[in-house]
Design a protein around this ligand. Structure first.
Ligand SMILES: *Cc1c(COP(=O)(O)O)cnc(C)c1O
Length: 279
């Protein structure tokens, strides 16, 4: 258990109006930044989706972001997924929204999927240990942090057992920084093709974390390479790779660069919620 989880009640649902306003302002600022970056890059409005990176934030804070227009959320740790899922699902249902309404969720008599209800995809964006797959699988729609065939096979076996299809992004370590997870870029295409062939998994795209440097050209080069890899996977047309379209890249400090290089999902925490107090 991570230490900050002892400090903060992540299931808390009540936040004050000042905090609610701060978060709403953050969401609106980020949506403006995305719209501007789309326009600057000559891309269609709405072609980039905002995922709110919600690690260390409680249910009340996350609902404030959803009320301000966030339509996709991402957690890093299985324990946080578990701590928040029931509260988020209930509060979303009260608003006529559905969160992670998978077949497995329906089995547990969570709100029924309904075509008229706006769906908020729930992603896992942090590293996943094999022994935690069972914790997150009924709840999250997509696991963005798959970086080995071994992990993909374990997710596949679980998904088949549950009778569900789980979305997967292949995480690629474009910066080569040793501190980062993600597969070697040289192996990404072959790995994507192997993952695409597994049952119970839909390969939806690629994910990367931008280089931790000041030089914009270096950061952009990594994003551009991820896009090129995605295009090569689609061009090769191996079975099970036809939905490999998403590029999850760009965070608070590099989202405009990522959008210029073709990002379809930006994962933003700090610019919405403020600096993290823990981790
Ligand atoms: C925390 C996190 C983000 C968001 O980072 P910010 O700099 O706070 O916007 C995005 N992706 C991953 C994988 C993260 O862990």
């Amino acid at each position: 258990m991570t230490a900050y989880m002892d400090h903060k009640d992540l299931a808390n649902e009540i936040i004050d109006t000042e905090r609610t306003r701060q978060i709403a302002d953050g969401v609106h600022r980020v949506l403006d930044t995305i719209a501007q970056a789309e326009a600057d890059a000559g891309r269609k409005a709405g072609s980039v989706r905002l995922l709110a990176a919600t690690k260390t934030r409680d249910v009340g804070e996350i609902m404030a972001a959803i009320d301000a227009g966030v339509r996709m959320i991402g957690e890093n740790r299985p324990q946080e997924v578990v701590a928040k899922a029931a509260g988020l699902q209930r509060l979303c249902a009260e608003r006529g929204l559905s969160l992670s309404a998978t077949d497995a969720a329906a089995e547990q008599s969570l709100p029924t999927p309904n075509a008229n209800v706006a769906h908020i995809p729930f992603h896992l964006i942090g590293q996943l240990q094999a022994n935690k797959i069972g914790k997150v699988l009924p709840v999250v729609n997509t696991i963005e942090s798959v970086d080995s065939i071994d992990l993909a096979e374990k997710i596949s076996r679980r998904a088949v057992m549950h009778g569900i299809n789980v979305g997967v992004l292949l995480e690629v370590n474009e910066s080569g920084e040793a501190s980062k997870s993600g597969c070697d870029p040289a192996h990404a295409i072959l790995l994507a093709q192997r993952i695409g062939s597994l049952d119970g998994i839909e390969l939806q795209g690629l994910m990367t974390i931008g280089a931790h440097v000041d030089d914009e050209r270096t950061i952009r080069r990594g994003f551009a390479h991820l896009r090129k890899t995605r295009d090569q996977i689609l061009d090769a047309g191996a079975p099970g790779t036809e939905h490999c379209t998403e590029l999850s890249m760009g965070m608070t400090h590099d989202m405009a660069l990522a959008i210029a290089e073709g990002s379809t999902i930006v994962r933003v925490g700090t610019a919405i919620f403020g600096e993290r107090a823990f981790i």
